[in-house]
Design a protein around this ligand. Sequence first.
Ligand SMILES: *Cc1c(COP(=O)(O)O)cnc(C)c1O
Length: 370
Amino acid sequence: MNVFSKFGLKQVVNASGKMTALGASAVHPEVARAVSEAAQDYVEIDELLVAAGREIAKATGAEDGCPTTGAAAGIAIATAAVIAGTNLSLIERLPRPAGVPDEIVLQKGHSVHFGASVTQMIALGGGNPVEVGHANHTEKAHLTEAVNDRTAALLFIQSHHAVQKGVQSLEAMKEIAAAKGIPLIVDAAAEEDMRKYIALGADLVCYSGGKALEGPTSGFICGRKDLIEACRAQYKGIGRAMKVGKEGVVGLLTALARYGAKEETGGEQKARMERFLQLLEGVPGVKGGISQDESGRDIYRAKLEIDPATAGMDAKQLIKRLQSGDPAIYTRNHYSNVGIIFIDPRPLLPNQEQLIADRIRDIISKGSSI
Ligand SMILES: *Cc1c(COP(=O)(O)O)cnc(C)c1O
């Protein structure tokens, strides 16, 4: 039983990673306490936003920061900020054309869908997205030629969702933005490095609070002082529809202060996954191993190779059974087409590896007949 059960919802065991569809992150008890205390008290909200800016600045190396409901809201608010600044009449006119430069230039390979589309978030902030180049090929000229007196900013998407080859680098876009005297916005929603893009010269950077930070549903924009002031000002306009509450802000700041105080080292993850594999010993058709993250990060997952002839089902059938039970178990399935399932220890709550091992043993012993 958990808090969701009383609404008739299944418990979820998350062995897949940070998935918005599964509720992104389960926050640390210290973060949960802060959220709870903030929710039960009052504060001067304008002052809270300014204080949050100071904390975000400390954590990112930026001049200032502005809390948001998420990185998607960050894109919309950053867009509105570069278009309307702190001019109240313009702020209140958005997202309709405000009669001032409103084009946001991005590379076609960056026009991604993260669960919703980046260009829609630009439009929500009153921006007119201008995609340049081709899906897998953008030259510097495509960008420089697209910038004109209607351009409000350049936008760079730093994400595994984006095309990685044949596109212009963040450094190249910074050069263009600087030469043309326009701001460069970076969407770094899921990135772990909270300082890198500011250090590379981005004027505004959007992060998600529920991804790498493992905070509550929230986010922030960090960057240049005048532009962040303009971001905060949007809460009198389109930002009101994306209001971040006091509990969200305090949860975000607590997660930000904790960030880096890593709970579990790679070695600990490895040991935990080795114990998990022992629990699976003797299950027919399941061969276990430990696998480091492809990008070389200090993350270790259990890798299960499913042999359909012996297991009586293939990896995809096993995944389906795991997800349809109660608790619903979600594994990491990028390689299920070649018979491999990964178990990610990071989102697992204590002792859930036992529950997963028991369920796999049970499903395979019952075979494909059920
Ligand atoms: C997840 C994501 C977003 C949206 O972040 P939220 O915090 O869920 O609003 C935006 N851009 C990219 C690249 C993402 O991966």
